[in-house]
Write a protein that binds this ligand. Structure first.
Ligand SMILES: [Zn+2]
Length: 315
């Protein structure tokens, strides 16, 4: 799975007093064409160094994210590259230009001219980079989660004031009303429903994926993870379940999730009543029928793979 990077280690203890050095890793994201894209080297290692970015972007301000092994990772905080240039252009047709938009476009141009070969890559491109060190793929997933949260936390949701960084914790604080916002994770479950020697596999509607997935869904406010499991399986397939058994968890930063994997058994009738709006396929699959995903990064894939190999989650 993407977070299994041993013997490497990602340490995310927040330290507001750290200051970037030229040899540290530089994390740059921009919103472009509706996607968050990260600046990556074309081959091998993904991340540039702070010194490389500083050479083409004088005055860059850095925010400490985390450490992988001995290397510190910093996100470019200013100048602001987060504007989606297309969306901003549409806005500008009817509204005055947002301050900083033109400057951001100039900075992007400066980076592209100063660092030829580097490219802005989407997460789907980065996760497919078999040439990149595994720990850097996971660093990119985690950086993406932090970037998304920082970007969404620039203004206070209660009163609209520009937020400032908390002095001691990873949090954003409103100087006007005191609202404090901590990093946001969305808990979700992945469910392997077992029926004798078969596993319930699914394919989502409206998603261009060929491989199978498992029932999955977000935890509602006021619900336990086990209740989420039972509810999601009922909603998507009409099945009752029992023997809900925790397997493993996985941080999945590209969707801001913390995933909890559970296996369970079908309870009573095994007749599937599929939710057409959610799923294109929901069926009982024997081990040899289960098609795995193209990479081994996800908890869903590991849970299908373990079952396929004869793993008994209820022992
Ligand atoms: Zn406020």
């Amino acid at each position: 799975m993407v977070h299994e990077i041993a013997p490497h280690r990602l340490i995310n203890h927040y330290d507001p007093d750290k200051t970037a050095r030229p040899e540290d890793r530089a994390v740059l994201f921009r919103r472009h064409e509706g996607y968050s894209k990260m600046l990556a080297r074309p081959q091998g290692e993904l991340f540039p160094r702070v010194g490389e970015i500083g050479a083409v972007l004088p005055g860059a301000v850095w925010r400490y994210l985390f450490t992988v092994d001995e290397e510190d990772y910093y996100m470019l905080e200013e100048p602001d590259l987060t504007g989606d240039t297309r969306a901003v252009a549409e806005e500008m047709a009817s509204e005055p230009a947002r301050p900083g938009t033109e400057a951001a476009a100039d900075h992007v141009q400066g980076i592209e001219e100063g660092l030829p070969g580097f490219a802005w890559q989407r997460m789907s491109q980065l996760r497919a980079r078999a040439d990149a060190p595994r720990e850097q793929i996971y660093a990119a997933f985690t950086a993406m989660h932090l970037f998304t949260w920082y970007r969404a936390s620039r203004y206070c949701g209660s009163c609209g004031t520009r937020m400032v960084h908390h002095s001691t914790e990873r949090a954003m604080k409103c100087p006007a009303c005191g609202n404090t916002v901590y990093p946001r994770l969305m808990p979700a479950v992945i469910v392997g429903v077992v029926n004798g020697d078969k596993l319930l596999v699914t394919k989502y509607s409206n998603r261009p994926v060929r491989h199978y997935a498992l029932v999955a869904g977000f935890t509602e406010i006021g619900e336990t993870l086990e209740e989420t499991v039972a509810r999601e399986v009922m909603e998507e397939t009409g099945l009752r379940v029992c023997d809900i058994t925790y397997y493993k968890s996985q941080p999945w930063g590209i969707a801001q999730d913390i995933l909890a994997g559970f296996y369970c058994r079908v309870d009573g009738s095994d007749r599937i009543r599929r939710d057409d709006g959610e799923l294109a396929v929901a069926k009982w699959a024997a081990p040899e029928e289960i098609e795995l995903q193209e990479d081994d990064l996800s908890l869903t894939n590991e849970m299908m793979k373990r079952f396929k190999e004869g793993f008994d989650p209820f022992l």
